[in-house]
Design a protein around this ligand. Sequence first.
Ligand code: GTR
Length: 369
Amino acid sequence: MRNTDALWIDAYQNRCFESGHIHWLRGSFIKAEHVMRVPITCRKEEIMKKALVLALLMLFVGADSLQAQTVLKLAETHPKGYPTELADEYFAQLVTERSGGKLKVEVYPGNQLGEEKAAIEQVQLGAIAFTRVSSGPMAEFNKALGAFSLPYIFDSGDHMWSFLSSPDGQKLLDGLSASRFIGLCYYDPGARSFYSFKPIEKLEDLKGLKIRVIQNTINMELVQALGASATPMPYGQVFSSLQTHVIDAAENNFPSYLTANHYQVAKYYLVDAHQRVPEVLVMSKVVFDGLPKADQDLIRQAARDSVAKQRELWSAFEKEAEAKVKADGCIVTYVKDLTPFQNAVKPVFAAHPEYAEVLKDIAKARTAK
Ligand code: GTR
């Protein structure tokens, strides 16, 4: 036997061993010319087998899942079907489609990944890629965003969007990178107002109430300035706290009041629209920095493109939610003259001279086209 024959036998044994056909060799001398043929037969079988396995895999799991995919999680407080959640889904769909399936954004609604503060912390660390949250809790991580919690600073949704869409609004979003976030876009938050199971129809009715707030300094000061006491707590605990009278009141927009079922236990809603605290879609800077530039651009663009969708969904659902709670018997009172409220909160502004510049920009946006 020549050396080359021995090599062939070796190769043949190895292949057949791997494919479970070693018994073919036992006790028999294989001539070189046979060996030359046999391994080819054996390889063919293997190739056929592998092709069959691959075809079955494609059939059952789809060709997409066989390519390398980066899965990015997105944490959302609201339940499935809420306007911000639908916007997250739309954003996720754009990212998946535009990346040809290379990037996959998975949306986790209903606090599955934790309450907002915990989700923000995990995004900052890079354990979660994205979260859609209110800029209220974000202010604890990036002080500049606290400006949005100041009361009565926007006259209307149009005024707010005029600011958010301006370079000054973009500057606040971009400033998030200093706190290890990428501010991707703003979503519409509607207007926040107070509600309680006690009748509230005017400023004096708020006096002495224990009101739940989103945890941040300005919210605490705001509620105190109105003569009430502030109880910061996560969103997910508000319903049971109202039900068991741990708190007397809370404050939010009509869609949250409805979908979190607060309207069932706190029937009095006083429309003072004290805040419009923009929703933000943020990404972990650690995760963002680890992606190729093309993917970073794709994500930024998909987020920008999801804004119109969210605003459209929001505007329809805000009206629907208001009508639903009224139909359910909630007593909704609209404040006619905000002056006493605005006067009462003056100390909050006095305590925060650091927001003077941004307040000028916000005032400027009032008249901007
Ligand atoms: C909602 C907001 C949520 C959450 C909640 C709250 O309006 O969309 O992200 O911040 O308020 O009061 O905690």
